[in-house]
Design a protein around this ligand. Structure first.
Ligand code: TGC
Ligand code: FAD
Length: 389
């Protein structure tokens, strides 16, 4: 049985949290300890998502936790971030599931949908009875979604969609897909329900990363949908990009959970593992690695806490989210790689969570805007020069 997920709070950040925020975190921490850790290595090995966790996560109010009304928990953004941190201390795939459901699919409907769409879908999604996915990336358009080829054309009172979306989390287990497509006026979004004729999914296998998460290709061949499936407020690339800001916010927090798990595991290990007559923890090189890990996780937590406070005051800028996503995921990946090394040969086996986190974080560094894309977003912000093209 994996070890209890220790707290790690070098700067007493707990004192800056409300009792509600702490309670949300503790509830999810216990859930991860009791329900996730005992089975996650099996799911990772078998390339399966633990669907049995969907209902308990819904019961805790995790889906759409920071949305208000429509059956959502209405927590603040700091509580939401703390929850993401705990989920990812379990596994990035679990946090991904919650991110896609909440920050991408539910948020798209919440921000860009009609009142009728919100009432129809959001309460059921909050209960985990309807699962969503978010189809933006295409085989030939990842970092630059503005080039998307998926096309929707008007057909009487409805629409016909053709195109392919690839690398879509939750794709084949989703009841509905948010599909971003090009129309005459620009880019807009649609809600395509599972079972709609012409809409099929195929899972992507052979991943060495995010194995406890379903990743699919979505194929849309002459998919006919009514006008009621169109997100009426979604006009332009800004609509999907605004959803990415929500998801990147959760990822910035989440990556710290994976990093913390690796740090705690490495710290434990070097305290008991003896080489050259004494515990590894007594050697300066080993201590230097631990201190760097502690420093980077703590700095990341401080950035996230301030980001969450700004978000709660509606003052958060997308570029600040890029800063946090870029830094925290990159540092988490580095921490995981170093922690893996500190366990020597034991670092490569699934008796310890480190190699799983390390492999997962390779994806986290790539999706939701790669490290380089976040760099260019920040570079553009501080110089006013666009270096994307
Ligand atoms: P650009 O000219 O910069 O922007 C077009 C319009 O959008 C607005 N905008 C944003 N709004 C909110 N949040 C953001 N992050 C925004 N970024 C831009 C912008 O103000 C503008 O508005 P307006 O009113 O002037 O029209 O667009 P661009 O074509 O130059 O693209 C910029 C770029 C490259 C940064 C963008 O395309 C990008 O972020 N690319 C990365 C793609 C990406 O991150 N894909 C993620 C797919 S989803 C996913 O990976 C899910 S992982 C699953 C999981 O979490 O588990
Ligand atoms: P590319 O865009 O081809 O980039 C390749 C490399 O080129 C990267 O290093 C990149 O940083 C670099 N690069 C690109 N442009 C530039 C530039 N202008 N200057 C310098 N370097 C550049 N997408 C969804 O829509 N929904 C999902 O649910 C989803 N889930 C995912 C789950 C997993 C497991 C994975 C791996 C991906 C998922 N994605 C999803 C897709 C993800 O968002 C994309 O993989 C990501 O945006 C990068 O796109 P790409 O893979 O096409 O890489």
């Amino acid at each position: 049985m994996p070890k209890l997920l220790d707290d790690m709070d070098f700067f007493q950040l707990d004192e800056m949290l409300s009792s509600e925020e702490r309670m949300a975190r503790e509830t999810v921490k216990q859930f991860v300890q009791n329900e996730v850790l005992p089975n996650v290595e099996r799911h990772f090995a078998n390339e399966t998502f633990p669907t049995e966790l969907i209902h308990p996560m819904a019961e805790m109010g995790i889906f759409g936790a920071n949305l208000h009304g429509y059956g959502c928990a209405g927590m603040n953004n700091v509580a939401y971030g703390l929850i993401m941190q705990e989920l990812e201390a379990g596994d990035s795939g679990l946090r991904s599931f919650a991110s896609v459901q909440s920050a991408l699919a539910m948020h798209a409907i919440y921000a860009w949908g009609s009142e009728e769409q919100k009432n129809r879908y959001l309460p059921e999604m909050a209960k985990g009875k309807l699962i969503g996915c978010f189809g933006l990336t295409e085989p030939d358009h990842g970092s630059d979604p503005s080039g998307m080829e998926t096309r929707a054309r008007r057909d009487g009172s409805g629409w016909v969609i053709n195109g392919t979306k690839r690398w879509i989390t939750n794709g084949s287990i989703a009841d509905l897909a948010i599909i971003w497509a090009r129309v005459d006026e620009g880019i807009t979004g649609f809600i395509v329900e599972k079972g709609t004729p012409g809409f099929t999914t195929t899972d992507i296998h052979g991943k060495f990363s995010m194995r406890a998460s379903i990743t699919s290709e979505l194929i849309l061949e002459d998919v006919r949908i009514g006008q009621q499936a169109h997100l009426p407020q979604a006009r332009g690339l800004k609509a999907p990009l605004s959803c990415l800001t929500q998801a990147r916010y959760g990822i910035a927090w989440g990556a710290l959970g994976a990093a913390r798990s690796c740090y705690n595991c490495a710290l434990d290990y070097v305290k008991s593992r003896k080489q050259f007559s004494r515990p590894l923890a007594g050697y300066q090189l080993v201590q230097s690695k631990l201190v760097r890990m502690l420093t980077e996780i703590t700095k990341g937590q401080l950035v996230c806490l301030q980001l969450g406070r700004l978000k709660d005051q509606n003052r958060m800028r997308p570029e600040q989210v890029s800063f946090a996503k870029r830094n925290n995921v990159n540092e988490a990946l580095e921490i995981a790689r170093v922690a893996r090394d500190m366990l020597g040969a034991n670092g490569i086996v699934n008796e310890y969570p480190i190699i799983r986190h390390m492999l997962n974080l390779e994806t986290v560094n790539t999706y939701e805007g790669t490290y380089d894309v976040q760099t260019l977003i920040l570079g553009r912000d501080i110089t006013g020069e666009n270096a994307f093209e």
